[in-house]
Design a binder for this molecule. Structure first.
Ligand code: ZN
Length: 319
């Protein structure tokens, strides 16, 4: 379950980072939360069925380390992550409060550390891969802040990955393109006043998080955004965005909760629209030779996993 992906024609030329340990399972209590925590597994299994990945071809990442987390999070916050009460609050899942403190790390927090490590691993892969792309089938926890978690996010994986790669002098500048329908408020706070990073978020007006933070570039979408409206706005922004931010790497927080039917937003996008959105961002990176890292982030409707699966499959098949 580790090492470089196989290079046969049948398997994905884009490195995929994934572990079955991304999945949170707490005696079925996870079903009480609107987040479809099985989406990582569903996407992996569907790609496997297509013959595009195997257990051996995916990269099983190391958990993000304490030192890596301290690049963004405070020591006090890491202490809070040992306490069930805090974690249940950050994850907005009061039912989790029955888990004893002694089990919260194994049952919950370590799963997030694994997926956050996946974002770092994907960033390294994107630098190495011929495709200049990598996909973490998890991560994108864009509501996690330096000293508090919220909105089902407890580890700021993308900011941590950027800091770690900068520390190793692998990149200087990074652009975050956040297409989850909720503003990446945590990412913005984690990278506040940092001239080496540029946060771009397209999100729905009037829904969580409120009030919004002020990022480097924010686009507020009206309710019930359609594919056509979304793609027109995004397409009209990308050239300027790359020119202003001059990134060495792009992190795409590719939440798909702009899909019609999402319980936490009003977007009206289709699977095809999500696929075109992702392809548009990948194309903009490829045109400029800039490494691209996808993280999955939000998406809560019953078929959110399916939209992301189809988009990833299309990226693989077109590579
Ligand atoms: Zn979201």
């Amino acid at each position: 379950m580790s090492g470089e992906p196989s290079q046969t024609n049948r398997l994905s030329p884009i490195p995929l980072v994934y572990s079955p340990n991304y999945k949170i399972s707490v005696f079925g209590m996870e079903k009480l939360h609107p987040f479809d925590i099985a989406k990582y597994d569903k996407i992996f299994n569907a790609l496997k069925k297509d013959g595009l990945v195997t257990e051996e071809s995916v990269i099983d990442p190391a958990e993000v380390s304490r030192d890596e987390m301290l690049l963004i999070h405070t020591q006090d916050y890491l202490e809070n992550l040992k306490k069930t009460n805090h974690v249940a609050q950050y994850l907005e899942a009061p039912a989790l409060k029955v888990i004893p403190d002694a089990m919260i790390d194994h049952r919950i927090v370590s799963r997030f550390r694994k997926a956050a490590g996946g974002t770092i691993a994907a960033a390294r892969q994107a630098l190495r891969a011929k495709s200049k792309m990598a996909i973490n089938l998890g991560g994108g926890y864009h509501h996690a802040k330096p000293d508090v978690g919220e909105g089902f996010c407890i580890i700021a994986d993308v900011p941590i990955a950027i800091r770690q790669l900068q520390k190793e002098k692998l990149i200087k500048r990074a652009l975050i393109i956040d297409t989850d329908i909720h503003q990446g408020n945590g990412t913005i706070l984690c990278l506040k006043d940092d001239p080496t990073t540029y946060t771009f978020s397209m999100h729905e007006r009037g829904i969580y998080p409120l009030p919004k933070e002020v990022g480097d570039e924010d686009v507020e979408l009206e309710a019930r955004v359609t594919d056509e409206q979304y793609l027109k706005i995004l397409g009209g922004r990308l050239d300027q965005l790359f020119a202003k931010s001059r990134p060495d790497m792009v992190f795409h927080v590719a939440g798909c909760d702009a899909l019609a039917g999402d319980p936490l937003a009003t977007g009206q996008m289709t699977h095809e629209g999500i696929l075109k959105r992702d392809a548009m961002i990948v194309k903009a990176c490829k045109k400029r030779g800039i490494p691209y890292v996808m993280t999955l982030s939000g998406g809560y409707s019953r078929d959110a996993w399916n939209a992301q699966y189809k988009s990833i499959r299309s990226l693989i098949q077109n590579e």
